[in-house]
Design a binder for this molecule. Sequence first.
Ligand SMILES: Cc1cc2nc3c(=O)[nH]c(=O)nc-3n(C[C@H](O)[C@H](O)[C@H](O)COP(=O)(O)O)c2cc1C
Length: 169
Amino acid sequence: MGKALVVYGTKSGCTKGIAEAIADGLRLAGATADVVAVEDKPDPSAYDAVIVGSGIRAGSWHGAAKRWVTEQAELLKARPTAFFTACLTMHTNPEKAEEVRAYTVPLIAETGVRPVDEGLFPGMNLPKTFSLPERLVMKAMKSPEGDFRDLAAAVEWGTEIAPKLGLTA
Ligand SMILES: Cc1cc2nc3c(=O)[nH]c(=O)nc-3n(C[C@H](O)[C@H](O)[C@H](O)COP(=O)(O)O)c2cc1C
């Protein structure tokens, strides 16, 4: 069975929880999975497949997540790679999934890394997990407060993508 690297970029901790749930799903499918923060600059070379995701700020992945994908692009192109995104639009307007999918289009174009799949997940708006400027943006946007993550859906997605990533038969 294959070995997966799950990498996440987060500011509030939201996306870390989703990454851990995805790894649980991969393990349920029979793969092994390590979960690593993007700031720890994981090396994909020892892994059969990679899943990398980020929370969203103003329609874009966190800079650190984009930088890691850019730096590791050659290794990511050489093995099956999936993306995932956590954001509030997937809670407030799930019908706008195509808009959310577009958040990673520039990164895909710039790096040439083509994800075999892209998981889109609702995130959270817990003011105490945000900086003051971030809180003010969320307030101005009248964003609903709460933890809207569906961790069961993230586990399920992890199990579903394992064969697509060549991790299981
Ligand atoms: C300043 C700010 C800007 C945001 N911009 C967007 C956005 O453009 N689209 C969206 O769907 N969610 C947006 N969000 C919501 C976050 O993506 C959501 O809170 C997510 O759970 C953050 O996860 P993270 O802290 O792990 O990155 C924004 C949140 C903040 C604080």
